[in-house]
Design a protein around this ligand. Structure first.
Ligand code: GRF
Length: 192
């Protein structure tokens, strides 16, 4: 069993998809939810599954390094960290201190549309193919090496809400699959 922590800031539908995946239950043990939003819905989802939570408010710390040190103390024994809708940049200091894989999910075909509102940006731009990426985390926002991507074709007249829902379904399928393959030792070049 590999020990992992999941970082999330929001609803936690990807958190749930990872927690409830039957194949993943055999190979990973989810030890921690790390969450920077005290009201986030993901917290209840962790509690329901008896997963320990570390919930913090960045503004009460004097610096980013201060809360990152607390997180590092909790996750240093982990084999992997998975970011799933975690809306903060991981600092260079953190990356130097935790030299094991950190994966992130981003709802665009990187390198397109880094940062916030990526689905809306692609939709508003009239893109007919909109997708998601799973990548290793480096010090740049949504910037590390891409492991896997998948996309959908926008149907004529489809609303942003419908596209968003389909993108989320794709995320719930692809992220657990990639985690399974990475933890299982598959070379990322062969994941598709
Ligand atoms: C996902 O669309 C993810 O790609 C983005 O934030 C969203 C998180 O959704 N970074 P949820 O909290 O997993 O439901």
């Amino acid at each position: 069993m590999k020990k992992v922590a999941i970082f999330a800031s929001g609803t936690g539908s990807n958190f749930e998809a990872i927690c409830d995946n039957e194949d993943l239950k055999k190979i990973i043990s989810i030890e921690w939810l790390i969450c920077d939003k005290p009201n986030a819905l993901v917290i209840e989802k962790a509690k329901k599954r008896n997963i320990k939570t570390f919930v913090f408010e960045p503004k009460v710390y004097a610096s980013k390094q201060e809360y990152e040190v607390e997180i590092l103390n909790l996750v240093q024994e982990m084999d992997y960290l998975f970011l799933a809708g975690y809306m903060r940049l991981i600092s260079e200091f953190f990356l130097k201190s935790f030299q094991k894989p950190i994966l992130n999910l981003h709802p665009s075909l990187l390198p397109k549309y880094k940062g916030k509102d990526a689905i809306k940006q692609a939709y508003d731009n009239g893109d007919l193919e909109i997708g998601i990426s799973i990548h290793y985390v480096n010090e740049e926002m949504d910037g590390g090496e891409v492991i896997a991507q998948k996309s959908i074709k926008v149907v004529d007249g489809e609303s942003l809400d419908d596209v968003t829902n389909r993108i989320h379904e794709l995320e719930h399928y692809l992220y657990p699959k990639v985690i399974k393959e990475i933890v299982g030792g598959k070379n990322e070049k062969s994941i598709n």
